[in-house]
Design a protein around this ligand. Structure first.
Ligand code: MG
Length: 374
């Protein structure tokens, strides 16, 4: 492995954990963070949470868990290519979607609407809330007591009003500084993963077609290059070769562009990273091509009537659960009733956000179907 870059995050300069702990014996601080995330309950729930397709729609579509593993994989490759702290980048990637509600963005939007009068709901802040507070596993503290650097990486965006309430981890939004490169790249790896796997899942589901994707330059150019290399290639293999080649091209452009940005800004230390503008990014031409792909997915997949039908049902489930618990908090499980005594709406949001898709559907049936007994 190449020696770490001078601007990589290092264990010995970490701003540490809220509750001080002895250094790990065998692992780095960020390996310990990663391991705590993988052992958390919230991480296991990702398996049954929607990315785009609801779990019961098919066994081969991405779930939040397989999406998260793909993001971690891409982030690690990029972090290694840039000689950054691979363990930190991986930890941020593995935690990035912990706060997602059931039913993907539809669930988050519905819960946010319900929570509007009570401070709103945002999955990114919820991820931080989980690792800081909601996981109940350790004897000495609530949450996972992760390092500052992992926590700041999880908090990708935040309004100034909310940042002011978050202490040290919200500081950068008030100062206008950047997080580590490891965090910036984990964030961009999320996009690389979903833009590509949504093409793959979209084609697999039949909601989008290869003919439609031919209108998207980055896809059609890549597909033509694959066909030139493998004449006569068809079906799933053609799709997979095209998608894997797009993932590679995105990662390569991101690494090269970020490398030149670092050189140009004469970045030498982590402090330089924090004070420079956004350093991680794509070349202008590549950015335009990526935007076109995103727009295509937005208009043709995320807005497909079959996806919208599911979205609509999901929003109804989340909204009705919220309203039922607000009307009578005694319907909550005991541990949430306890939390509800100090902040009822937030306790309900925590409970609903933690549900898997199937748990939410079951809970909805238990509350609303008279033939369900308990
Ligand atoms: Mg994600």
């Amino acid at each position: 492995m190449s020696p770490a870059a001078s601007y990589a995050v290092r264990d010995d300069t970490s701003r540490g954990r809220v509750h001080p702990e002895a250094p790990p014996e065998l692992r780095s601080e960020y390996q310990r963070d990663r391991d705590r995330i993988v052992h958390s309950t919230a991480f296991r729930r990702l398996e049954y949470k929607t990315q785009v397709f609801v779990n019961h729609e098919g066994d081969l579509f991405r779930t939040r868990l397989t999406h998260t593993i793909e993001v971690a994989q891409i982030t690690r490759s990029i972090a290694r290519a840039l000689a950054l702290n691979e363990d930190l980048a991986e930890a941020v990637a593995l935690a990035h979607d912990l706060g997602h509600t059931p039913f993907g963005h539809a669930g988050q939007d519905a819960l946010d609407r319900c929570m509007k009068p009570h401070g709103g709901f945002e999955h990114n802040l919820q991820s931080l809330r989980i690792v800081d507070l909601l996981e109940e596993r350790y004897a000495g503290f609530d949450g996972l007591n992760l390092t500052f650097e992992t926590r700041e990486g999880i908090l990708k965006h935040c309004s100034k009003e909310r940042a002011a309430l978050l202490g040290e981890v919200g500081q950068r939004f008030l100062e206008g500084t950047q997080p580590s490169l490891e965090a910036q790249l984990a964030n961009l790896s999320d996009e690389i993963a979903y833009n590509n796997h949504d093409v793959d899942d979209g084609l697999r589901s039949g909601l989008i077609t290869l003919e439609q994707l031919d209108e998207v330059a980055i896809f059609s150019d890549t597909r033509r290059a694959v066909e030139a290399h493998w004449p006569g290639l068809r079906g799933r293999r053609l799709i997979h070769e095209t998608v894997r080649s797009m993932i590679n091209a995105m990662a390569v452009d991101l690494v090269q562009t970020t490398r030149s940005a670092l050189k140009q800004a004469k970045v030498e230390t982590l402090e330089d990273v924090r004070r420079a503008g956004k350093l991680a990014g794509y070349s202008p031409d590549f950015s335009t091509r990526l935007k076109e792909l995103k727009r295509f997915l937005h208009d043709n997949l995320y807005r497909h009537y079959q996806v919208l039908r599911m979205t609509n049902k999901a929003q109804r489930i989340i909204t009705e659960l919220f309203q039922a618990f607000m009307a009578d908090p005694r319907l909550l499980p005991p541990q949430y009733q306890h939390r509800a005594r100090s902040d009822q709406p937030r306790a309900i949001a925590d409970y609903i956000a933690g549900m898997t898709d199937r748990y939410a559907m079951k809970e909805h049936r238990k509350l609303f179907a008279v033939d369900e007994t308990h």
